[in-house]
Write a protein of this length. Sequence first.
Length: 277
Amino acid sequence: MRLMHRLAVLGHPVSHSRSPAMHNAALAELGMDGEWRYEAIDVAPEDFDELVSSLPGQGFVGTSVTVPHKLAALAIADVRSPAAEAIGAANTLHFREGRIECHNTDPNGVLDALPRPPRGMRALVMGAGGSARAAVWGLREAGARVAIWNRTEAKARALAEEFGVESVDGERARAGAWDLLVNTTTVGMRAAGGAPEEEDPLDALPLDVGALGPGRIVVDLVYGKRETPLAAAARAAGASVIDGLEVLVRQGVPQFELWTGRRAPVERMRAAALAAG
């Protein structure tokens, strides 16, 4: 049967992405894999605009967008969602009625993975990059009281001022009574991939691991073959832990539903993403 509806993830590099396995499993679960397919496309930054402009004519309905193209995805869009506009980046493109629409489902990845709504929570976001922007905006919109820590304090202050939240230095971050911690830094990435760390990753974060007890929630966007040191320490202390794989699944759910108009089979997507590692 001829494939009529194509989807993809755009990145550089992109071969490591688990999105094709996750979305293709969802399509198969719903019996859509005969006419739909999700693939990975490695595109260099200088070729991004030309490629995206060509995709609707090749049968593409939409794409996921990963590094380093999230800013370019926002720039090329004819229509921007409120989230993409506010965050200043897009992770989702939708080709519809001759226009390119962009969205950002990264906040969904964090918010929808939480065991309870974050309204009123004291939330510390660690990092000040693109993932931090999405987490800060999403948590603020959901009613959390957000603070930002970054190794470079000036970056934390700038991001906090932009979104109207608080920035804290390492001492205040370590002493804070946080209900929710979100790690958007790369700390722990080597350990998650199975490689030895040159230093204890937890030393690079402003945390009192002993305070991460029951009732606390820790979200670590890093994921790999092994549990990160932060996730392992938080779990051992009794905190609720959400890893980066669950965040990946949760940001993929609204993408799938946007493109297909069907309810995403979350459990099947989670199992496929896990198996793809």
